[in-house]
Ligand binder design. Structure first.
Ligand SMILES: [Zn+2]
Length: 135
């Protein structure tokens, strides 16, 4: 069962069960569950958000990720550090999509301060290279 993507989404993402709980149910290690979550590109929950499990439901209403759902997912999976990826200053930051495709991939998002975000939008290609060079 744990090899089924829809089963994992239903139990992990919708019902909010933990990988440990699912592992016990299926008689496997929680690492096995995590392995399959990763394989299917199912975002891992931040442990601190476990009690908010109901809130994540709207995110799974289909393959199209709404902007609000994506933003929430980013906050859970890529918590802000408060440090801009471009100027490395500690400022108020926002998420910036690097590829412009809004893929459900945390590596496709950077954290930029307001001024760098404006520059980033204007000089998208240049800053894209800078970000990629840093990783
Ligand atoms: Zn900046």
């Amino acid at each position: 069962m744990f090899r089924s993507r829809s089963w994992l989404i239903k139990n992990y993402a919708e019902l909010g069960k933990t990988s440990t709980e699912l592992g016990k149910e299926q008689n496997v290690s929680h690492k096995t569950i995590l392995y399959w979550l990763e394989k299917y590109n199912i975002p891992r929950r931040h442990p601190a958000h476990k009690e908010n499990k109901g809130e994540n439901n709207y995110f799974w209403s289909g393959d199209n990720v709404s902007y609000a759902g994506l933003h929430h997912w980013l906050e859970v999976n890529k918590p802000k550090t408060g440090i801009c990826d471009i100027c490395n200053k500690y400022k108020k930051t926002t998420y910036a999509n690097i590829s412009g495709e809004y893929r459900r991939d945390i590596n496709d998002f950077g954290e930029l301060c307001y001024s760098c975000h404006c520059l980033f939008d204007k000089l998208n290609q240049t800053h894209k290279k800078q970000l990629e060079g840093k990783q």
